[in-house]
Design a protein around this ligand. Structure first.
Ligand SMILES: NC(=O)c1ccc[n+]([C@@H]2O[C@H](COP(=O)([O-])OP(=O)(O)OC[C@H]3O[C@@H](n4cnc5c(N)ncnc54)[C@H](OP(=O)(O)O)[C@@H]3O)[C@@H](O)[C@H]2O)c1
Length: 291
């Protein structure tokens, strides 16, 4: 894709990878950027940085899980600044926890931002792109969308789903001249990973490296853009020696989380033992009541 003179909408543009992508697109000569996230102040700062490069920037402070608001905002945006040629779905959230300690509200948030938020925006913009018979959509998945990681089960599930969604849309929207691609960053140094227990041996990338990989992928017309040699190695290892990757993942899982899991399992076993003792003691009583 040639981005010269085009209009792009980037979600998650207030910080991290989305912000770096917006700035890189501006440096590479895009005509206008529409920056989407919830934090108005941070969006304004990114817009000012982009405007200083001579590129037009518009901000849209919105929660992507609020379907009605997003609907209205996109209709207005398209009227004022359309057509949008490039959509980068980058907003996302991640929680790390041993699965046995996972919390439903966090899982719901991962599903509503990473999947439903992406679905809402993509459907609104893809319909308009289809009527223009042109457009490119980039969905930000993750290496964890290819190689599921212990302690990140539900996040990994959303990132696997994004790859499936992307693959299906790629085939379905091709007849409208819309290209659909996936970007798969590996561990990247952003707010998202600040509180995570990192996996051993994984060297974090910078958001700028991810943004540059996206631009290179767009130029090469790649449909899945893997970022960094570690991602290529992991994906090849999964294809050629899945048992080896399994082993590496087991050893690389952060020790604290593994200890938590062991402790949780021990607690579950203790509970089960107590339950069985209790139910053994209860059974004669239950029997006695029935007769
Ligand atoms: N960091 C990594 O290691 C890594 C690796 C692979 C893939 N990724 C993916 O890359 C993408 C960006 O991650 P990041 O590392 O840059 O994370 P980040 O620094 O935490 O940024 C997340 C972005 O998403 C926005 N966002 C979150 N919830 C939103 C909502 N409900 N509505 C609108 N915007 C929302 C945030 O903006 P506001 O808070 O202002 O709304 C922020 O701009 C995510 O999809 C993530 O899964 C990250």
């Amino acid at each position: 894709m040639n981005i010269q003179g085009k209009v792009a909408l980037v979600t998650g543009a207030s910080r991290g990878i989305g912000r770096a992508i917006a700035i890189e697109l501006a440096q590479q000569g895009i005509h206008r950027l529409i920056l989407v996230a919830r934090d108005r102040q941070k969006l304004t700062e990114v817009a000012q940085e982009i405007a200083a490069m001579g590129v037009q920037a518009t901000t849209l402070a919105i929660d992507l899980t609020q379907v009605r608001e997003v609907n209205i905002a996109i209709a207005q945006l398209w009227r004022s600044y359309g057509p949008i040629h490039l959509l980068v779905n980058c907003a996302g959230v991640a929680y790390q926890s041993s699965f046995l300690r996972s919390k439903l509200p966090q899982v719901q948030e991962e599903l509503s931002v990473n999947l439903l938020g992406m679905y809402t925006l993509t459907s609104l913009i893809a319909k308009r792109m289809a009527s223009q018979r042109q457009g490119t959509i980039v969905n930000v998945s993750s290496l964890m969308g290819k190689v599921a990681a212990p302690t990140m089960a539900t996040y990994s599930a959303t990132k696997f789903a994004i790859l499936g969604f992307t693959q299906a849309l790629r085939r379905e929207l091709a007849e409208y001249n819309i290209q659909v691609k996936a970007l798969l960053p590996s561990l990247t140094d952003t707010d998202m990973v600040r509180d995570l227990k990192l996996f051993r041996w994984v060297i974090p990338m910078t958001p700028q490296q991810v943004a540059k990989a996206l631009i290179a992928g767009l130029e090469k017309d790649s449909s899945e853009i893997l970022v960094g040699w570690q991602s290529h190695l992991a994906v090849w290892c999964q294809r050629l020696a899945p048992w080896l990757l399994e082993l590496v993942l087991q050893v690389a899982t952060p020790p604290v989380i593994r200890q938590q899991s062991d402790a949780t399992l021990m607690w579950t076993k203790t509970q089960r033992f107590a339950d069985s003792l209790f139910s053994r003691n209860k059974r004669p009583f239950a029997f006695a009541r029935k007769t």
